[in-house]
Design a protein around this ligand. Structure first.
Ligand code: DGP
Length: 241
């Protein structure tokens, strides 16, 4: 742990000495957690942000859907089954919700702050594609969003997820839906650039998963990618259906 602390702190230090030398500041990393409902994403996001800050690496949490935003309130009504919406309309609302926060994320990253995000556009595709919408259509509204440097997919079986305190009454909290979403996530992981989608076994203790998370994130923070501009999502993809 001391080693992780030292290396991360020196990554942060090198960011400030680079700045002092007048060169481009190393940016923050955009880390996204994806996974089925109740796979432990929120716990790992909070834990990672805290650990990074303790190590002198500035980090903030984000989450989607962000229910505090205007679009988020409509999404909340849909998820809590108070409102029904056409499949395409809700898909576009989820995407608009991400766009509402996109500039903030970009500003944080460019200021050197790491953003750790609970769900992103991958959930957008997975949850809509299982309704029969085409992949290329689902992907289109998110083209150009800030691209994550790393997606950590927390892998858990739908039955294990359900046994973790059970699902509530929200729209997608059903084992059969989660099973199909799992299949969609698998296909998505295969389509993401090599090394940027990492699957972690989530059916373990919080600390064990957390240690692996920190190790993966440390690699990204020390990598050459932090000297490059934030990428744009899906711009390299071809329509594949
Ligand atoms: P959460 O707040 O992480 O529990 O997510 C709420 C639910 O919304 C969850 O079942 C997953 C689903 N969801 C998250 N993002 C999207 C999205 O972009 N599109 C759709 N259709 N569903 C999403």
């Amino acid at each position: 742990m001391t080693t992780a602390r030292t290396t991360l702190a020196s990554a942060a230090q090198s960011a400030s000495s680079t700045l002092a030398a007048g060169a481009r500041q190393r940016r923050g990393a955009f880390i996204v957690f994806e996974g089925l409902d109740r796979s432990g994403k929120s716990t790992q996001v909070a834990r990672l942000v805290q650990q990074l800050n303790e190590r002198g690496v500035k980090a903030v949490a984000a989450r989607f859907p962000d229910r505090t935003l205007t679009t988020g309130k409509m999404i909340d009504s849909y998820l809590s089954q108070k409102a029904d919406l056409d499949d395409r309309a809700i898909h576009l609302l989820f995407s608009a919700n991400r766009w509402e926060r996109a500039n903030q994320i970009l500003e944080d990253l460019n200021r050197g702050t790491t953003v750790v995000c609970d769900r992103y556009a991958f959930s957008g595709i997975a949850f809509s594609a299982i309704k029969g919408l085409s992949w290329s259509w689902c992907r289109a509204p998110d083209i150009g969003l800030p691209a994550p440097d790393l997606v950590l997919f927390l892998r858990i079986s739908p039955s294990a997820a359900q046994s973790r305190g059970g699902f509530g009454d929200e729209r997608y909290e059903k084992t059969e839906v989660q099973q199909r979403v799992k299949g969609a996530f698998k296909r998505l992981g295969e389509s993401v650039e090599e090394g940027k989608w990492v699957e972690l076994e989530a059916d373990r203790g919080v600390d064990e998963v957390g240690q692996e998370v920190l190790r993966r994130v440390e690699e990204v923070l020390q990598g050459a990618g932090m000297d490059k501009e934030v990428g744009k999502l899906w711009t390299e993809c071809q329509a594949d259906d």
